[in-house]
Design a protein around this ligand. Structure first.
Ligand SMILES: [Zn+2]
Length: 259
């Protein structure tokens, strides 16, 4: 099934300067949006509800994050962005959710690594629980292992969490293809970290490689899962290159090719 042209999901709440490490700064999403807003329509999500959070997290973790109201407000806005992206994907509407804080290090009962709630896990679990989809592939291309996502879906046969951990460029891209070829899924979610870029911490992938990843997911989704796919921002810390890298991924994901 042919997907529609790409949308970007964003909320000014993501610019909140909540207490976190200095590298996970509001300028990350600001630098991405400066580029993406020129190319794609931007939609604002609703924030996630407690019931959404509790699909993945324990009440005690929710309470810990809630104890800082400013942080909680941003964290539920980020989870809401991923939920909207997942819902749109099921209408053949691909999107890139430009959120912060990131989510893939958040486990059911704990959080670390600049993450608080697991945005992608909440979004995918919400679709599974509502029986909108029966299976999913989560392709995590961040530099770091998405332990939170892996912990939550561990033992669940209907969800494959593919953490691509190879540090050699060609092998990395081959593993992306292998993850996509390995099975049939109802939906593909990209945990889109850009910290593997040659000018970021990982020093492996080029900007063009993010286009290649987006295009591989798009082509797979069109032929194998009724055009259902979306991406959510995870890491990526060099604000000088984040915008062009996110644009490359979006151009790869878009259908037809971005003007
Ligand atoms: Zn990372």
């Amino acid at each position: 099934m042919e997907p529609k042209s790409l949308k970007v999901i964003y909320d000014d709440l993501y610019l909140t300067d909540y207490p976190t490490v200095s590298c996970e700064m509001p300028q990350r999403v600001q630098s991405i949006m400066r580029v993406l807003a020129e190319h794609y329509p931007v939609v604002k999500p609703s924030s996630a509800t407690d019931n959404d959070l509790l699909l993945v997290h324990t009440q005690s973790l929710v309470n810990i994050v809630k104890s800082d109201p400013q942080l909680f407000r941003v964290a539920v806005a980020a989870a809401g962005g991923a939920i909207l992206a997942a819902n749109l994907a099921c209408e053949q509407q691909p999107s890139f959710a430009c959120v912060r804080p990131p989510g893939h290090h958040a486990s059911p009962d704990s959080h670390w690594g600049f993450c608080f709630f697991n945005n992608v896990a909440i979004a995918v679990e919400s679709l599974l629980k509502r029986r909108v989809i029966g299976s999913a592939l989560i392709l995590d291309v961040d530099l770091h292992f998405g332990d939170g996502t892996d912990n939550f879906f561990s033992g669940r046969r209907e969800v494959t969490v593919a953490n691509i951990q190879d540090n050699y460029r060609e092998a990395f891209l081959r593993h992306v293809d292998e993850a996509l070829a390995s099975n049939q899924y109802d939906l593909v979610a990209i945990s889109a970290g850009f910290d593997r870029h040659v000018e970021d911490w990982g020093g492996t992938l080029t900007t063009e490689d993010y286009f290649t990843i987006g295009r591989a997911v798009r082509d797979f989704a069109i032929t194998k899962c009724q055009g259902r796919y979306f991406a959510v921002l995870e890491g990526g810390y060099n604000v000088n290159v984040l915008g062009e890298n996110a644009l490359a991924l979006c151009q790869g994901m878009d259908n037809p090719v971005t003007p």
